[in-house]
Design a protein. Structure first.
Length: 362
């Protein structure tokens, strides 16, 4: 039974220069898109009582409350379900947050990225630091206790000191959750075709990451996943479902899902999606080996790592024996810990996570 759903809203005021996601500025298609989205939901959703719903984008907060309510009303969900909406500071107001809350949304993920106005302008964000603080005031006044901030490090022209200031300003707002991402220049982004100057190198980005972890831990945050920090009890339940290899629906343009041992991605063409919202651009039916390799890869993103006994029982394998050479190698380098039947990356291991985790894939 599937208990989680992701919903993609592709509209933005304008596309940020680092963004390679499928999103765009043509909100004139909004009504047509929502109708296609609802058609997809009604065609695929089996009326399970969901534990999490995540509305991401794009900029979902560009939609009016009635639009969001129209989408959410298609679902059944538990009273305690976590329902997250991504928002950008320049698109929200107290009234909007009050309406979102009244319809059942109980978690906000706010796209801050940086508090530095020069950097915000450089990367193509529409908001300023004042907009961030206004949005936080509105979130709190609307009664949201569970809200997360997104930050990016390794931005062009960004120094270690500038990022330290971002971290401290984020902490001062008292969020329950902070997500952080190192800048990656990817195909499809403005920066890919117009490479910016003075991007911090890998060593500086590593310093930023370790400083981030240090400051957030000193301020009571748990480093529960490579890119995510939370106060006790405020970990993202939806994202944890991904990392625990749970099945989930993916609804909307270019949305990914995982159902009945198949990972899929919807079409990335808005015109195609509006014509046929059931069209998959990719489908990958996993072998048993691919399934357990995915489980290892995802679990090693988590601070608590992989439960070895549960894994062995589920897949009838001896994990420690099967991967002995890899484990020994990274234990010697102090990049992996094994403790109380769990294997997990160390803080330094997180810095080399892709390299380490790829060795567990055949």
């Amino acid at each position: 039974m599937i208990e989680h759903a992701y919903i993609h809203i592709p509209f933005c005021i304008r596309k940020c220069k680092y963004c390679s996601f499928v999103s765009g500025e043509n909100i004139n298609n909004k009504e047509q898109y929502i109708n296609a989205l609802i058609y997809e939901i009604r065609s695929k959703y089996n009326k399970e009582e969901l534990k999490t719903i995540y509305i991401g984008g794009g900029t979902p907060s560009l939609l009016q409350a009635d639009d969001i309510n129209k989408i959410l009303s298609e679902f059944k969900y538990e009273k305690t379900a976590e329902i997250t909406l991504e928002a950008n500071p320049e698109t929200v107001s107290l009234n909007k947050f009050q309406e979102y809350k009244s319809m059942g949304i109980n978690r906000i993920s706010l796209g801050v990225q940086t508090f530095n106005n020069d950097l915000l302008n450089l990367i193509g964000r529409k908001h300023t630091d004042k907009d961030i603080y206004s949005a936080i005031d509105a979130i709190k006044s609307a009664g949201f206790d569970n809200y997360s901030l997104d930050l990016i490090y390794g931005l062009p022209e960004q120094s270690l000191k500038m990022f330290e200031n971002d971290i401290k300003q984020a902490v001062s707002i008292f969020p329950k959750h902070i997500s952080t991402y190192g800048l990656k220049i990817e195909k499809g982004s403005f920066f890919c075709d117009n490479m910016p100057n003075n991007i911090p190198d890998n060593d500086v980005q590593a310093e930023m990451y370790l400083l981030l972890s240090k400051i957030l831990k000193e301020n009571g945050f748990n480093h529960y996943e490579i890119s995510n920090f939370a106060k006790d009890g405020f970990e993202s339940k939806h994202n944890c479902a991904y990392w625990l290899n749970k099945e989930y629906y993916g609804f909307g343009l270019n949305a990914s899902g995982y159902e009945q041992n198949m990972r899929y991605k919807n079409t990335s063409s808005l015109n195609q999606y509006l014509k046929n919202p059931l069209l998959h651009e990719e489908e990958n039916f996993l072998t048993e080996e691919e399934t357990y390799e995915n489980e290892i890869f995802l679990a090693l993103r988590l601070g608590k790592g992989l439960d070895i006994s549960a894994f062995n029982k589920k897949y009838k394998l001896d994990f420690l024996n099967k991967y002995k050479k890899i484990i020994d190698k990274y234990q010697r380098l102090k990049l992996i810990n094994i403790d109380a039947n769990r294997i997990a990356l160390t803080e330094e291991g997180f810095l080399l996570s892709n390299e380490i985790m790829s060795e567990f894939l055949n």
